[in-house]
Design a protein around this ligand. Structure first.
Ligand SMILES: [Ca+2]
Length: 127
C-alpha cells in the first residue's frame, strides 16, 4: 500500500504496523529482489512522481548492519554505489530519487527524522 502522506521513519513504521490484524501482518515493505524493487519504483513514480520513499530497512540497532523491520533476511542489496555513507548518523533507508542522473531508485541511507511518503506491505495469512 502506497502512502502519500509524509512521515518520519518511525511514524511510517508504526502506521504500517497498525494495519496488522487477523488476516496478516503489516509492516514497512521489504525488498528481496530486482523484480520487487522495479515493481515498487514503477508504482511510486505512477502515484507520487519520482520522490524519496521509505522502505523498511535500517541499521538502527547496530551501525552498518542493515535489517528489515519485518525480520526477514537482508539478502538483496540495492544501495547506490555511493551509499550507504555516514553510517553513524544516517540509520534509515529510502528509495532514492536520483535526480543526479544515475540509474533510478537505488537506495540511500538518511536521517530517520526526515519526512517521506512510504510503502506498507501486508502478508496475508491463509485461513
Ligand atoms: Ca546516505
Amino acid at each position: 500500500m502506497f502512502h502519500p502522506s509524509l512521515k518520519q521513519f518511525s511514524e511510517a513504521k508504526e502506521l504500517c504496523e497498525s494495519y496488522s490484524g487477523d488476516h496478516g501482518r503489516s509492516h514497512l515493505v521489504s525488498i528481496h529482489d530486482n523484480d520487487t524493487n522495479n515493481f515498487l519504483v514503477q508504482n511510486v513514480v505512477a502515484k507520487f512522481g519520482p520522490v524519496n520513499t521509505w522502505i523498511g530497512l535500517g541499521d538502527v540497532y547496530e551501525n552498518g548492519t542493515f535489517s528489515w523491520v519485518d525480520g526477514s533476511k537482508f539478502d538483496y542489496n540495492n544501495f547506490h554505489r555511493t551509499q550507504p555513507d555516514l553510517i553513524s548518523t544516517e540509520n534509515c533507508v529510502h528509495l532514492w530519487d536520483l535526480w543526479v542522473g544515475n540509474s533510478p531508485f537505488t537506495w540511500n541511507n538518511i536521517y530517520c527524522n526526515v519526512y517521506y511518503p512510504f510503502i506498507c506491505q501486508k502478508t496475508i495469512t491463509p485461513k
